[in-house]
Design a protein around this ligand. Structure first.
Ligand code: NAP
Length: 308
């Protein structure tokens, strides 16, 4: 069966929810498709403290408030998994594991997922000391010792952010050379709170209800050790949720969708916003801003293309 809408939004994180609010307030018949939990990454975030105007809120609660706000204006949320996307005449068909959805415009806000280490304790202690976002969680570890895993720009950038709060930041990297840019390397090496542990991988995150440490293994000597830290921040890259696009639209090497300032892709009526797009700032507020921009652009596109 196919259901028809003006705007189909793929993904229920802050970008999708803001797009839904703006699209619904523009009186566009709009559906938001979400395969899991509304909120995406923020639904896993214990406390959000950097959304302007809201000093502190649980991530799940913020997402629910955003959903209710948009639903009050007529947004529909359907819990289905998107399998593919095709152009059909002037419209788009979104294939899901249930119905097909036809839209005059589609906004991709499927987000991104942080790469996981895949070691014991990581999943269980996520939100309890295991974190993929220093901007979100560093403040909870004031005057504590923490570990940062990774050797790229994110690890150093977020590691240095973490050092504003933590008393010590151990950077655990699997090689003896960093991938991060020179400038960030110089700053990180000059930071007295940062200590580098080379040629080392985390084999287990320790702790019952909260992180108590990390089990390490030296990749050259095989020697095992335990690092007593209260948090393990993991920055080993991320992957946008764009597999279902199957090469339909241009992306960068990492799979992030290329858009212009109006969140327009190269294809008519197809927009992308938030972490799924290239150069996202990866914050709730920036994704929400992207979503609003995309919805405004989609509204204009529909008016111009369908001669209303
Ligand atoms: P990235 O550049 O892909 O770096 C990932 C790091 O994680 C690498 O050091 C990699 O080690 C390590 N790693 C990957 N898989 C691992 C595993 N299973 N176990 C242990 N370590 C693992 O990712 P990113 O740092 O998130 O950066 C992504 C993009 O965003 C980059 O283009 C970056 O320049 C950009 N970015 C820029 C800024 C900035 O300019 N301020 C800040 C953040 C991000 P190897 O080095 O051994 O491969």
């Amino acid at each position: 069966m196919a259901q028809e809408f003006d705007i189909v939004i793929i993904g229920g994180g802050p970008g999708g929810l803001a797009a839904g609010l703006y699209a619904a307030r523009a009186r566009r018949h709009t559906v938001l498709l979400e395969k899991g939990v509304i909120g995406g990454q923020i639904s896993l975030t214990d406390i959000v403290e950097n959304y302007p105007g809201i000093e502190s809120i649980n991530g799940f609660d913020l997402a629910q408030a955003m959903l209710k706000h948009a639903e009050n204006y007529g947004l529909e949320a359907h819990y289905v998994e998107v399998a593919g996307l095709e152009r059909a005449g002037q419209k788009w068909v979104v294939r899901t594991n249930q119905d097909d959805y036809i839209g005059k415009a589609v906004i991709l806000t499927a987000g991104a997922d942080y790469n996981r280490l895949g070691v014991p304790g990581e999943e269980r202690l996520t939100g309890r000391g295991v974190s993929y976002c220093a901007t979100c969680d560093a403040a909870f570890f004031k005057d504590q010792e923490v570990a940062v895993v990774g050797g790229g720009d994110s690890a150093l950038d977020e590691g240095m952010f973490t050092s504003r709060y933590a008393s010590k930041v151990y950077v655990v990297h699997r090689r003896d050379q960093l991938r991060a840019s020179r400038v960030l390397q110089e700053r990180a090496f000059a930071n007295p709170k940062m200590e580098f542990t080379w040629n080392t991988v985390v084999t287990e995150v320790l702790g019952e209800n909260e992180v108590a440490g990390a089990r390490l293994r030296n990749t050259i000597t095989g020697e095992e050790s335990t690092l007593e830290v209260k948090a393990v921040f993991i920055f080993i890259g991320q992957h946008p949720n764009t597999d279902f696009l199957k090469g339909l639209v241009s992306t960068d090497e990492g799979g992030h969708v290329l858009v212009n300032d109006w969140m327009e892709t190269e294809l008519p009526g197809l927009f992308a916003a938030g972490d799924v797009r290239q150069n996202s700032a990866r914050q709730v507020v920036s994704s929400a801003g992207d979503g609003a921009t995309a919805a405004i652009a989609a509204d204009h596109y529909i008016s111009n293309t369908f001669r209303e």
